[in-house]
Ligand binder design. Structure first.
Ligand SMILES: [Zn+2]
Length: 484
């Protein structure tokens, strides 16, 4: 475990936490329930006066000629003296009055008949669906924070109402063994998100995030027991997904005499796959084995569907200074090691622009946002850095090539992988000397063998750790001695 790896591991969750706390989120969680700040509710209503001091037991919300009386720790509120019962009590937390989400659904509509809600049209930005081994994540990104309600969660499908979502529909068929279809339809003034199951129903957990505003629904697979800490990854390495970068209309980097990254890496990746299957007896899946275009998202989705144990993406590098050479290996991080690492990530992420058909894109694809949206990879960061170190060592030791080091940066292609994942830049096609060498079959074989050596070492190390964790402790050793 490197100190750097540890720092990143800690920093990423902190960043997420900071975004929740500071970016003005619409809901907060208290006692496991979603609450809204009363001042926010008041701000969304016209001609409203709020009297809610931290010290008093009661708060009064006056809107138009109506008065809502709220009592600290009580689930019942009075609207002009008439009681309405909420599903959770009103709370005051650190001097801030909080009302359960049901206040927005049950009380606010009774007020808006007199004083109308400030017109805030919420539009759909995007719906994203990603499949992971134990759950499927549906993200509904909207122009402004949106209230939602899980209306039904039946054996065949779940229906989630998105209040006041104007316009925008979506239909997608993940068919990942859990969800057959995700469909966003109109339902009066709202949007209705339907999640249709393939077989048994999943369990839905919803969270609201801001910047950008979005509703994240994690649908957990049924029957599978929740992984216990430390036991989750105790299976041997069985499946590896090898990802040849680029393809089709995305040629990747191009060398001075025309060597295209997409062709080079496809050939090298195939060679690696053949060796891994023969020598390691691991099942190999390719994200592409011909010259065709694959979106970055589909690359990791495949790995997740296959429940792969490792994801290795193979690329070749480019630099405007043609003398630049060497090999570098990356694992994912929201923080780039240095500006050069950031540039490489930007170059590789640029393909996202090629994924949107012309004329349909909103022209503001923010790649870093896409990566940070999905932090599935963060829990595997430690393993990813270990894998990167081992493979990189094997390459630099056998290839007589400049060692540019193991680095971290925000690679979109690694972002969705729910397993240790690395990206190898096998050399610079923009360097005339390296381009020449990279064209040689013999050198490509050398690269493939070097990657195999790294993977072999990683697997050996992995299997050892697996055995150590599974085997019972020898009676002569105290149990504490076995802890890692
Ligand atoms: Zn590339």
């Amino acid at each position: 475990m490197t100190a750097r790896g540890l720092a990143v591991f800690v920093v990423v969750p902190l960043l997420v936490w900071a975004a929740w706390v500071h970016a003005g989120m619409p809901t907060v969680t208290h006692d496991g329930r979603l609450y809204v700040e009363l001042t926010r509710v008041a701000a969304s209503l016209q001609k409203t006066k709020l009297d809610a001091s931290a010290a008093s037991t009661r708060a009064h919300l006056r809107t138009g000629d109506r008065v809502v009386t709220l009592t600290r720790n009580w689930a019942q509120v009075l609207v002009d003296g008439k009681p309405i019962v909420l599903d959770a009590p009103v709370r005051v937390k650190r001097g801030v009055w909080l009302v359960p989400e049901s206040f927005v659904d049950r009380v606010v509509p009774t007020l808006t008949r007199v004083a109308s809600v400030a017109p805030t049209e919420i539009t759909l930005e995007e719906v994203r669906v990603r499949s992971y081994p134990s759950f499927t994540r549906i993200v509904v990104e909207t122009s402004a924070p949106i209230a939602h309600r899980i209306e039904t969660s039946g054996p065949r499908e779940a229906r989630i109402r998105l209040s006041g979502l104007a316009g925008g529909t979506h239909a997608e068929e993940p068919q990942d063994g859990l969800i057959a279809e995700v469909r966003l339809e109109r339902a009066g003034a709202d949007g209705l998100l339907r999640v249709v199951y393939e077989g048994a129903a999943g369990t839905i957990r919803a969270i609201t995030l801001v910047d950008p505003p979005r509703l994240v629904l994690d649908v957990a697979r049924p029957v599978e027991p929740a992984p216990r800490p430390g036991r989750e990854r105790l299976t041997p390495v069985r499946t590896i997904v090898l990802d040849a970068g680029h393809g089709g209309h995305d040629s990747g980097a191009v060398g001075p005499t025309g060597l295209m990254e997409k062709d080079l890496v496809l050939d090298v990746t195939r060679r690696v796959g053949k060796l891994v299957e023969e020598r390691l007896g691991i099942k190999v899946r390719f994200t592409r084995d011909t010259d065709h275009f694959v979106t970055l998202r589909d690359r990791t989705s495949l790995a997740n569907k296959e429940r792969a144990d490792l994801f290795v993406s193979i690329h070749a590098n480019a630099h405007r200074e043609t003398a630049t050479d060497g090999v570098e290996t990356y694992f994912l991080s929201s923080e780039a090691t240095d500006s050069a690492a950031r540039q490489v990530a930007a170059l590789e992420n640029g393909v996202v622009q090629l994924e949107t058909p012309p004329g349909r894109g909103n022209g503001k694809t923010d790649v870093v946002k896409l990566i940070l949206w999905d932090l599935a990879q963060s829990e595997f960061q430690m393993e990813s850095s270990r894998l990167a170190e081992v493979v990189h060592d094997a390459m630099t030791q056998s290839l007589r090539i400049s060692n540019r080091g193991v680095k971290q940066a925000g690679f979109y292609v690694l972002g969705g992988a729910a397993m240790p994942a690395i990206l190898i830049e096998i050399g610079f096609v923009t360097n005339p000397r390296e381009e020449k060498r990279l064209k040689e079959t013999r050198y490509r074989d050398e690269i493939a063998r070097a990657i195999l050596t790294g993977l072999t070492e990683y697997k050996r190390n992995w299997d050892e750790r697996t055995r150590a964790a599974v085997e019972p402790a020898p009676v002569t050793r105290p149990p504490a001695g076995r802890q890692q």
